[in-house]
Ligand binder design. Sequence first.
Ligand code: SF4
Length: 511
Amino acid sequence: NSEKIMSEFETHLNNNGLANEVKVVKTGCFGLCARGPVVVVYPEGCMYTMVQVEDIKEIVEEHLLKGRIVNRLLENGQNSDGIETSLEGVEFFKKQLRIALRNCGVINPELIEEYIAFDGYKALAKVLTEMTPEEVIDTIKKSGLRGRGGGGFPSGLKWEFTAKSKDDQKYVCCNADEGDPGAFMDRSVLEGDPHSVIEAMAIAGYAVGANQGYIYIRAEYPIAVKRLNIAIEQAKQYGLLGSNIFGTDFNFDLEIRLGAGAFVCGEETALMTSIEGKRGEPRPRPPFPAVKGLWNKPTLLNNVETYANIPPIINKGAEWFSSIGTEKSKGTKVFAVGGNINNTGLVEVPMGTTLREVVYEIGGGIPEGKKFKAAQTGGPSGGCIPASHLDVPIDYDSLIQLGSMMGSGGLIVMDEDTCMVDIAKFFLEFTVDESCGKCPPCRIGTKRMLEILERITDGKGKEDDITKLEILAKNIKASALCGLGQTAPNPVLSTLHYFKDEYLAHVKDKK
Ligand code: SF4
């Protein structure tokens, strides 16, 4: 539909003699998925949503030709008096702060010139010409940036460990194997702003002493793969990848490796085994990738969103970044918000924003005025947060305290009609399917858990099944080899913690 809208714009701009004055730019996602297609008219920053092909004639003839805003298409929060305030007037963006998503929906991701016009590759130039590798690592450490892929490990420390590992060959990797059901944060960054990740990986290469990078991306993201390929080619043409970057003696190259859809390949050791061309199975740690990663060489691995934060940190400084967020969780977090919520889409908020703000102020509340029941964060590794914790600030530590986790940023909202036992079963089915089978606790244990859950939801369960479920879940958490198995019981444990009455209702009167 967006392609049709673009060509309709070209037609009407031509018909009205505006073809040389108004430029139509194709961008990545703006985040407000529920109200697309979106058209933003600059310089006003006037945001039209749910635009249809039939609306284009009016936008061109009224707004572009006569300067009259088409009020019926304006997004909530903007009005024809307030359009000078740009996108800040839109309700959906009021509480957001776009750092990782800064260019998504703003630039044409297929043109390096547009990225450069928005400070692109300025951070790479700065580190190569003004900073030592140690200073770069120090900046990342002081910024307080933590890994956005799920674990929340301090990024600067990871960079330092890799830098300190002595070897003649090191690697930098990007985990773009986003596999959580409902998550599309990394996809949006790669589709909307691929150069931000390329630039960050080159900076990381300089900081840790690596001259080769790999982006591991799932093949189910064809647009992201296409745009990454275009971006890598353009960066090479501009001398921003390859030899003697910015006239220095720093060399850095980048290749893409496609994943075949196995969820476990998002686990760091499995991901690297897959890049090596082998079956993507996790291996025990230590040794950690910073010491022995790809082909047993020191390897730095971060995810897409983590990298997307790097250029602004270098450009604006560690203090700027660490002034955003909470004491132990700095910066912002991107969430893919879905489920029973009006504004499904992609949001980026400062750490410490409450769930209530995300659900009601940014997300526009629950459809049909229904009550909020819970939000699931962290996908199949995470847990549910009930309504009683709507006002808890979202950061790494508070979510863990609530029995959930940040995960990579999936946030599924559930209304009063949702059965929480069904939700737990849905996520467990997913992990049972995706278990690589290497270790028995995960391969056999999660299957047994699912059988018990199915008994319960089929109305054949007994009360002691709930106890068995809980014991099994705790044992799997303690003994599975990798993160997939260690966190697989979380959706069951957190729903048991907050919604035990629903489990009991399923087994009522069955002794
Ligand atoms: Fe494979 Fe599951 Fe064991 Fe991880 S925990 S190694 S996914 S079987």
